[in-house]
Design a protein around this ligand. Structure first.
Ligand code: Q46
Ligand code: ZN
Ligand code: ZN
Length: 336
């Protein structure tokens, strides 16, 4: 059905300059044109960095880049803000008929070609550890069925190690509000108090063997990050990882999207008010005591709560192996 003249939809205008708006953010009651959207997005990221005391000008930042819109946009914003930000890409070796990992690296390389001078560290699972993530998952008990468990574990271990070895002050990831709200929803539904205690825009380095972790995009909706990437012409990897299909967080994201369509701003309120209430001490969660005791893994030295050997090293070694034999079994991390 075509609209009559009188029914013509009113074009949204940029609040700052009156040009045609490219985005309207209902929870901020703000419509902006492309130039003013980029300006707002970059400034809002800086305000988030300051609000949660993520890092300072003098800090060296390692950005975990996957080739997707969130991580490449984050790297782009941090560079625009003048931070010393290097990238880390972990080649997971996921193909699944869509060359997922190859396309991810291509997107990152294109991004770097357009911004000469950026440093990227690359860790390739297959050439470093001899196995891709799907191969590792098929072999290990932990990965049975779905590779996400060994994948998440490996990424966390490698990111921490590269950040420490490279002398970085902080590790930044591109998690957005939709990611955080979905995890919060899941943790609340199951009253996972340990996870609720730890879910935050900043995870301080509570041990010399752990790097500080931050999420500067935690107050942006996913659609806002996507809009930024498109307006900036960032040619990101559009495909989601094939193993993310059916993930519980995706189900929770869909539920929250339904809620959001009925009640705009609901996701933002849910997540931000949780952070505010916890900060004011109105709600508090404690991690089970045993989980707070960190000891160095006897194979790699990274702090672990999992006993003598961390969960990552246990992908290769058994408890009963002697130190030397165990160290021989875990491949050396190679960073290109
Ligand atoms: S990359 Fe890895 Fe994710 Fe793919 S295998 Fe699962 S955890 S879905 S963020
Ligand atoms: Zn404008
Ligand atoms: Zn270890």
């Amino acid at each position: 059905m075509t609209r009559g003249r009188g029914q013509k939809r009113k074009q949204l205008r940029c609040k700052k300059c009156g040009q045609t708006a490219v985005i309207y953010m209902k929870h901020h009651r703000l419509a902006l044109c492309s130039d003013h959207y980029v300006e707002w997005f970059v400034n809002y990221t800086q305000r988030t960095i300051e609000k949660y005391k993520m890092f300072r000008r003098s800090d060296r930042i390692l950005v975990a880049v996957s080739g997707g819109k969130d991580s490449l946009s984050l790297w782009d914003v941090l560079i625009q803000l003048g931070y010393q930000a290097d990238g880390l890409y972990i080649g997971l070796g996921i193909d699944e008929g869509i060359q997922y990992s190859d396309k991810s690296l291509e997107a990152i390389e294109k991004f770097r070609e357009e911004r000469p001078g950026l440093t990227l560290h690359v860790v390739d699972m297959k050439s470093t550890y001899g196995e891709t993530i799907p191969e590792l998952a098929a072999r290990s008990r932990r990965g049975r069925g779905k590779p996400c468990s060994v994948c998440g574990l490996s990424k966390r271990h490698i990111m921490n190690e590269v950040a420490l070895r490279g002398g970085y002050d902080v590790l930044a990831t591109g998690h957005n509000l939709d990611d955080e709200a979905a995890v919060l929803f899941q943790n609340t539904l199951h009253w996972q108090t340990g996870y609720l205690a730890r879910q935050a825009p900043v995870l301080e380095a509570t041990h010399p063997g752990l790097v500080k972790k931050v999420k500067p995009f935690c107050r942006f909706y996913e659609r806002e990050v996507a809009a930024y990437a498109i307006v900036r012409g960032i040619d990101y990897q559009y495909d989601e990882c094939p193993f993310s299909v059916g993930a519980t967080t995706i189900y929770y994201k869909e539920l929250l999207n339904k809620l959001e369509s009925q009640s705009p701003g609901a996701k933002f309120q849910f997540y931000i008010q949780f952070l505010n209430a916890r900060k004011k001490g109105l709600i508090s969660f404690h991690e089970p005591e045993g989980e707070l005791i960190l000891r160095p893994c006897r194979v790699c030295g990274q702090p672990t709560t999992a006993g003598e050997i961390c969960a990552f090293c246990r992908l290769w070694v058994k408890e009963e192996m002697g130190d030397e034999e165990a160290r021989d079994r875990v491949p050396e991390l190679v960073v290109a």
